[in-house]
Design a protein around this ligand. Structure first.
Ligand SMILES: Nc1ncnc2c1ncn2[C@@H]1O[C@H](COP(=O)(O)OP(=O)(O)O)[C@@H](O)[C@H]1O
Ligand SMILES: [Mg+2]
Length: 483
């Protein structure tokens, strides 16, 4: 029983016997970390599934190989889908409508939810507030592996915690956390954070892929067995991904990311994976001194100043089932570099390059001699191409020093041929714009609005190409006097 070395990629979890500078599985550089496999690692307290029937016999006892045992206890025959019993999915309200929305309607018992985000963004705050709210009706355990019980209590007081029956455990040792979960059998448990937990039987350091994977797997087994809903906090690495991302993402039922501008007060919660609901739902919170407060009317956050200025355009973005009216700003100025600068915040730079190329080609604007900066108000990331027309309009408005008539929104995707393409959920977008007092919308031709649109109090201006759309939006033809 000696020691041997294994090299584990900290990005994707791939293992090799030999060291490489670059992971052959995912291609990331310098991500292999040596992991010493000691004899104790092979006599795992949770043997692998191949242990077969013997493992099944041990099922139920603490530390039994639950995943395998579970399978063995179930009938091994298939059955018709019609005879499978239906049980409506129960959900526990998290105490926050915005969090419930992102979860798909609440926490599902026995599910695992990973909540990721940068340090200091407010993960602990969100989960402690939610734990406090849930503890009014359920047994809730909060495991703090990063802060002492006193620190958590101080925060709990600051957040206005008072009467609940919240249980607290400050512990980093996986074994003790598992024991507490077994004896307490809470309805909900929060692990803050999964990277700070440590399995004493593994030689690798806390936070390494092997540790994170092992700890999460052990917690998952127990959560499924006793129907405890588990919320795991996960940290984001320098590269902006969840540590051990692939291994954890496969293991959990839902992955939520908590993000936001550290210099602004609002925070956005999204589901990037959800086995019990839709992804790309958006929850919006605001960080106040007494904790996180829900923002139920977020469009107002992403609308800039009331004063219209040159280079500003308003779009309607869709996040899941929610439409958001968002302001964009562009600045186009003569370049003093050989290759002009293009900087975009909140929109992919490649997308901006593409839109600039379309404008140059189809409107004859000499944008390659100009620097171009673009920003989305409120730190929102807009990924969908429906923002294209807004970006193009903001850029042209800045270039021509034009101000859009107030109360105009722009929706449409730009094709490389300069045509304007229809976008999804147009009615939802228009309703939100109308609700916020917008009066005109420039939209792609042939969008095929349904009967719902009849009730929307908005002047619709349809355009087939970006050139037509810009004339409608700006009231003048930007290509007229070619520079
Ligand atoms: N005692 C405190 N008083 C005021 N603000 C605090 C206090 N503790 C933490 N905060 C602030 O709350 C924010 C969220 O912190 P936290 O929930 O711990 O983030 P995370 O768990 O994501 O690292 C941080 O910006 C932090 O500065
Ligand atoms: Mg924290």
């Amino acid at each position: 029983m000696g020691r041997s070395s294994l090299y584990v990629c900290q990005t994707c979890g791939a293992q090799t016997r030999q060291f490489f500078g670059r992971c052959s599985a995912c291609g990331s550089w310098n991500s292999l970390v040596e992991q010493v496999v000691t004899a104790s690692d092979t006599r795992r307290r949770r043997p692998v599934a191949s242990a077969g029937a013997a493992a099944g016999a041990a099922a139920g006892a603490f530390g039994a190989p639950l995943g395998a045992a579970d399978l063995l206890q179930r009938p091994r025959r298939s059955e018709s889908i019609h005879t499978v019993g239906e049980r409506p999915l129960q959900r526990l309200g998290s105490g926050y409508g915005e969090l419930d929305r992102v979860l798909g309607g609440g926490l599902v018992p026995g599910s695992l939810v990973l909540v990721g985000g940068d340090p200091g963004i407010g993960k602990s705050t969100l989960l402690l507030q939610s734990a406090e709210a849930m503890a009014a009706r359920h047994l809730v355990l909060y495991v703090s592996a990063e802060e002492s019980a006193q620190q958590v209590k101080l925060r709990w007081r600051r957040l206005g915690g008072a009467g609940s029956q919240l249980q607290l455990l400050a512990e980093t040792d996986l074994e003790l956390v598992l024991q507490e979960l077994e004896s307490l059998r809470p309805a909900v448990a929060i692990i803050d954070s999964i990277q700070a937990l440590h399995d004493g039987e593994l030689a690798s350091a806390p936070g390494s892929v092997a540790q994170v994977r092992e700890c999460a797997a052990a917690l998952a087994r127990i959560a499924k067995r006793q129907d405890t809903a588990l919320l795991l906090v996960g940290h984001v690495t320098k590269e902006g991904t969840l540590a051990g991302p692939k291994v954890l993402e496969h293991l959990v039922d839902a992955v939520l990311t908590f993000e936001g501008d550290r210099f602004a007060s609002h925070r956005l919660l999204r589901a990037v994976k959800n086995r019990f609901g839709a992804t790309h739902e958006l929850g919006v919170f605001e960080m106040r001194d007494r904790g996180l407060v829900e923002v139920t009317n977020p469009s107002e956050l992403f609308l800039g100043s009331d004063e219209p200025s040159a280079g500003t355009a308003t779009i309607v973005a869709c996040e899941g089932t929610r439409a958001l009216v968002v302001e964009l700003q562009a600045l186009v100025s003569t370049t003093s570099y050989a290759s002009p600068r293009r900087t975009a915040t909140g929109i992919g730079t490649n997308r901006l390059h593409q839109i600039l190329a379309v404008l140059e080609k189809h409107l004859g604007l000499p944008l390659s001699r100009f620097d171009c900066y673009l920003a989305v108000a409120g730190g929102l990331e807009v990924e969908e191409p429906a923002a294209d027309l807004g970006v193009a309009t903001a850029v042209v408005a800045s270039y021509r020093d034009l101000t859009l008539p107030p109360g105009t929104v722009l929706v449409g995707e730009l094709g490389l041929g300069g045509q304007l393409r229809p976008v999804g959920q147009l009615e939802l977008r228009l309703q939100e714009a109308a609700r916020l007092g917008f009066r005109r919308a420039v939209v792609p031709k042939g969008s095929g609005l349904g009967p719902m649109a009849a009730g929307i109090d908005l002047q619709l201006l349809e355009a087939g190409t970006v050139a037509e759309a810009l004339v409608l939006a700006l009231g003048v033809n930007p290509a007229d006097d070619r520079a």
